[in-house]
Design a protein around this ligand. Sequence first.
Ligand code: IMP
Ligand code: MG
Length: 332
Amino acid sequence: MEADIVVDLQYGDTGKGKVAHFLCKSKKYTHVLRYNGGCNAGHTVFHNGKKFVTHHIPVGVFWGVRSVIGPGCVLDPVQFMRELKELADGGVNVDGMVFIAKNTHVITEKHKAEDGNEEKLGTTRRGNGPAYRDKYARVGVRAESIPELKPYLIDLYDEFHGKKDVRILGEGAQGFGLDIDWGDYPYVTSSHCTVAGFLLNGIPPQAVREVWGVAKVYETYVGAKKFEPAEPIFEKIRTLGEEFGATTGRPRQVNWMEMHLLEEAIRVNGVTHIAFNKADILRAIGQWAILDGGVKKSFADEKSMQAFLVERLAKLGVAKDHIYFSEHKDRV
Ligand code: IMP
Ligand code: MG
């Protein structure tokens, strides 16, 4: 078994969907595995020039690769069926391509109703937190007990360990700053957003090859805590960068990229490759800066900021030629 992982180094919405879609096209995988989160996620993908937003279903489906929702996730059957239909209506062949591990927990109507009133954390109100709570309280419902999910159910042990040639791409959701343990608690999600969360889905650690960390050249966060400094530049970045939630449409708060968060995320995840997205947005704005432990450092131009990042990350052991800057929403 071999596995590569796509993992978010910030607060979600860094462009994991795009990177996973790209890797899936250029490499030969037998499976794409969503390993954490629920339909709180929104992954924007351009396929053959057409825009899709996925919530549950992994990007393998666009390339005819078996797409598996693992037991590290929680699944809303209603949203799942809706998404299958949306993809099919958009011309994507979903038949016999999408699977759910039978031990995956389900987001129920009750969970959604409860989360629907949430205000303190600013959740996506998709029932994510209550579903994980019930899973760990051992009063949850597994996918195997939902009749309409029967056609999609698989045993993940048989799927991954009973076959000869298994090459998996892990598609993470949310991000390091939202991780239940590593994020800014309680302003976090209820799942494991690091590579450890990938391993929880029945993957032996020796299988892991490449860990693709995804970040933006600036940060965004959606939720109740105050995140954005009161400076007009961030409004500009939000507008130009189209920083509005793919799931809820909420405006994302914007700030410069914090190096300390990035470095923690790189080390904890054992990142081997990095894709920085949205270089084109800072270029259009004409300002380049980062935060280093809260202290702002500005750069004269794009080249000097990129050189700084490459030097800094090389110190953490990330090879210089494994660091990419992307300037297109549908290309890496
Ligand atoms: P929950 O995951 O819906 O419980 O929300 C908890 C926090 O995580 C809130 O601040 C959400 O806005 C944030 N969040 C959850 N999923 C995503 C995502 O896919 N992208 C960005 N933020 C997310
Ligand atoms: Mg998103």
